[in-house]
Unconditional design. Sequence first.
Length: 127
Amino acid sequence: MKCFNHPDKDAVGICKQCSKGVCPSCVILVGGSVACATSCTDAVARIDALIRSNAAATEINQSRGGRYFQAIFLIALGLLFTASPFLMGASGRNLSVAVAIGLVFLLFGAVLGFYQRAWGRRSRVGP
């Protein structure tokens, strides 16, 4: 690949923003990334910041508590919907609707928990 600005020189990298090949005299390093000009340096810095923030959010979400938070929340809602009509003395249609909603939350919470557990195991296994 040749440099976008200097067709007679070989490119040593590709700009992360515009994907143009750059030679040693055109390359600008932004952190660990390659940019081609001052107009792309700000965009490359923003891209790198976004990638770092996404990686940090993924790491937090992969922690044991963060990974199962949604499943635990759905199961808690299911228990609340299922138990509250009995505690409040509801009967008839109100009882059956609340219990049905609670069972749906319980089911989705359990399925999500099993899915997240399986996904977590699979993502930890190396190639």
